[in-house]
Design a protein around this ligand. Structure first.
Ligand code: SF4
Length: 266
């Protein structure tokens, strides 16, 4: 059986140019934000494409990924595996422009890339320039408006209240089965570990939840065969993970959940 996922995000950095109070990746909580070393990123990419036959969206996420001077080299390396993914999707807040060889490499792979801009109004100070450069270089992009009265999805949810879920296991299982992160199969890879979703990744890395071996795959673990890792992957979304007990993301499409203006700065 082929091992396929809809989305897989590589976390390139926990550095960001903004400090958003309700950041869905909990970035302002990192006391020592850092770029993931290039050697770890390429090692993770090698392990990931050994495990997966195909990935729809290979995403590059942060923090703000365009803060990296080696973004061009990272994109170039990932494109070694182009036969195994449909599109590379790069998330940015449009506060900085691609550095180094970034734009040239994007131009080279333009038709296979999508730049996803979170537009925070005046905070996204490089948006117009970035849009112009992307257009000139024939690189696709989408802009999500996160300012003013008509914000994408009505704004952000507050997922910072980590009161543990008080219901029974079966109830949590049925709630998390509908979590958008589960439906999107939005796996996240960070420093040698592969997590089932963004919250399991960032909350575990922050030490806010105690993830066990059932909650992630150690990509560097040579005691587990590739086949065994694939077997774990096939059960990734069958049960809630430790992070689901302190996360409310499963409820985020509920019309009763309050939406907040995006990108309020701390
Ligand atoms: S509810 Fe669980 S699966 Fe959904 S985002 Fe939160 S931790 Fe991930």
């Amino acid at each position: 059986m082929k091992t396929i996922t809809k989305r897989l995000a590589i976390v390139l950095t926990t550095k960001c140019t903004l400090r958003c109070r309700l950041c869905s990746n909990h970035i302002p909580r990192f006391e020592k934000p850092a770029h993931t070393p290039y050697s770890e990123i390429v090692s993770d990419l090698d392990h990931i494409f050994e495990l997966f036959d195909y990935i729809d969206w290979l995403q590059l996420v942060g923090g703000e990924v365009f803060m990296r001077r080696d973004i061009g080299e990272i994109i170039e390396y990932a494109f070694k595996y182009k036969a195994k993914f449909k599109k590379m999707v790069i998330m940015t807040n449009a506060t900085v422009l691609p550095r180094g060889t970034g734009m040239a490499v994007l131009k080279q792979h333009g038709k296979d890339c999508l730049i996803q801009i979170s537009d925070y109004g005046p905070l996204s100070s490089k948006k117009d320039y970035l849009l112009k450069s992307l257009e000139q270089n024939e690189i696709s992009c989408v802009v999500k408006q996160y300012y003013g009265d008509n914000q994408y999805y009505g704004g952000w949810i507050d997922n910072t209240n980590r009161e543990p879920f008080s219901g029974c296991d079966e109830e949590l299982k049925s709630l998390t089965a509908q979590c958008p992160q589960v439906v999107m199969q939005n796996m996240h890879s960070f420093g040698g570990k592969l997590y089932p979703c963004c919250n399991s990744c960032f909350l575990s890395e922050l030490g806010a939840v105690h993830s066990t071996k059932a909650d992630f795959i150690d990509l560097n673990d040579t005691n587990i065969s590739t086949e065994e890792k694939r077997a774990i992957l096939s059960t990734f979304y069958l049960s809630p993970h430790a992070s689901c007990r302190v996360c409310r993301w499963y409820d985020c499409n509920n019309a009763n959940v309050r939406r907040h203006p995006a990108a309020e700065q701390i």
